[in-house]
Design a protein around this ligand. Structure first.
Ligand SMILES: C[S@@+](CC[C@H](N)C(=O)[O-])C[C@H]1O[C@@H](n2cnc3c(N)ncnc32)[C@H](O)[C@@H]1O
Ligand code: SF4
Length: 407
């Protein structure tokens, strides 16, 4: 790995986000746990299906990869992590003792900010208070549960292994275990789902007392997914009746209305939180921070160098076992590419971004962008808040098109 984290390449955003109060020169760590008990028919994440999860061997491999990264890039060890996110796959299949070992190594190898956010994703069918208490004892303070829906027919349509009752029990278990923030993921636009059902899902999440909700439109098309899925194949045959674009937008509005009226603010296109409970790790992605990553299929971005790891779990274990960095792809992004990413991510936030500061940070000419921004404001797609440009609800519905006009 090249020595790419000089101080001149850190702090990529040139901007302090008013929502999080966080500035650009910060880094988080994403750890991917790939194992699941079954594959959901819509999922294209880097997943390995196992009845018995090799959790201890996987913990060794992740520790091994972090070591290899620190050897290849010695300055990494001097960096302070502001957040750690353990995503999956199904990280709640990891034995808490294995996770504790990995997090202990992370603390020994890097600076970890006191009070750093440490999130773990869990599936409702593998969720009990003792397991969650083990994660909390290991340092996890935010539990994010893949509920998707509180309706049995929708959970069946999505091929999920849990019931609505499991989902409610998992939320209660996470709260009982003492996680500072409990979040749920919801999916809308699933086959057979209606707007009223989605509203009821939002109300149920609120009634269970969660502080954070992520609500995602079901993604089906192969063009946006990394791999074919049973759903994308059914869609290609015309045999999947998921929501069309118009219904999906209606559902997004209904969800936002329910969650916002209950005090969960929509701080990002797909994310809602009670004040102070937004995801600090995800804010790294939205506000131009850097993220180190380890594990099967994990993607990291440090100093403009983006890497993605091997997506096959066996090959990942073998490569780390041979003392090899398990990278599958590496790209060094140009200033223009980083500007594009910063713009696309920043405009997902309610607080938007400082367009001028982002142009300065990546050496991009601000004049044509500021002119285009003025046109977007006149058209009702965006508005200025001081020097920050943010999208209106109408602009958010057309996020991709608006970003393309500012490039
Ligand atoms: C990668 S999953 C990991 C969490 C956990 N394994 C689960 O499924 O409950 C994280 C979240 O991504 C969302 N997700 C996964 N695949 C999706 C898709 N094709 N479309 C929309 N959301 C998706 C789900 O809401 C899920 O909870
Ligand atoms: S449980 Fe989550 S990560 Fe695993 S296959 Fe299903 S959606 Fe994908």
């Amino acid at each position: 790995m090249s020595n790419s984290t000089s101080s001149s390449t850190r702090g990529v955003a040139g901007d302090v986000d008013p929502l999080t109060g966080m500035e650009a020169a910060r880094m988080g760590l994403y750890l991917h746990f790939p194992y699941c008990l079954a594959r959901c028919p819509y999922c294209d994440f880097a997943v390995a299906i196992r009845r018995e999860v090799p959790g201890a061997a996987y913990a060794d491999a992740v520790i091994g990869e972090l070591e290899l990264r620190c050897v290849a890039e010695p300055s990494l060890g001097g960096r302070t992590l502001q957040s750690v996110f353990i995503g999956g796959g199904t990280p709640s299949l990891w034995d808490p003792a294995d996770l504790e070992r990995v997090l202990g190594h992370v603390r020994a190898r890097f600076g970890v900010l006191p009070g750093a956010e440490v999130s773990l994703e869990g599936n409702p069918e593998v969720a009990d208070a003792a397991r969650f208490a083990g994660y909390v004892a290991a340092g996890v303070n935010r539990l994010s549960l893949g509920v998707q829906s509180f309706h049995a027919p929708t959970l069946r349509a999505l091929g999920r292994a849990h019931t609505p009752e499991d989902a409610a029990r998992a939320v209660a278990a996470a709260q009982q275990a003492g996680a500072s923030v409990v979040s749920v993921d919801l999916i809308y636009g699933a086959p057979g789902q209606g707007v009223e059902e989605v509203r009821a899902d939002a109300r149920r999440a609120v009634a269970l007392g969660v502080a954070h909700v992520s609500a995602y439109a079901l993604t089906v098309e192969r063009e946006v997914l990394a791999a074919d899925t049973p759903f994308s194949k059914r869609q290609a045959r015309g045999a999947l009746c998921a929501a069309d674009e118009a219904l999906s937008v209606e559902m997004a509005h209904a969800l936002a209305e329910e969650l916002e009226s209950a005090g969960l603010q929509r701080y990002e296109v797909s994310n809602f939180a009670r004040p102070g409970h937004h995801s600090r790790h995800n804010a790294l992605y939205w506000t131009g921070g850097e993220y180190l990553a380890a594990g099967v299929g994990a993607t990291g971005m440090v100093g403009g160098r983006r890497f993605s790891n091997e997506r096959n779990a066996e090959r990942y274990l073998q490569r780390v076992g041979r003392g090899e960095l398990p990278e599958a792809e590496v790209e060094v992004l140009s200033g223009e590419e980083r500007f594009h990413e910063r713009l696309a991510m920043g405009l997902r936030l309610r607080t938007g971004l400082s367009l001028a500061a982002a142009c300065r940070a990546y050496g991009v000419d601000p004049a044509p962008r500021l002119e285009e921004a003025t046109r977007l404001v006149a058209g009702g797609f965006a508005q200025w808040e001081g020097e920050r440009l943010r999208l209106t609800p109408r602009g958010l519905d057309l996020h991709g098109e608006v970003v393309a006009r500012l490039l």
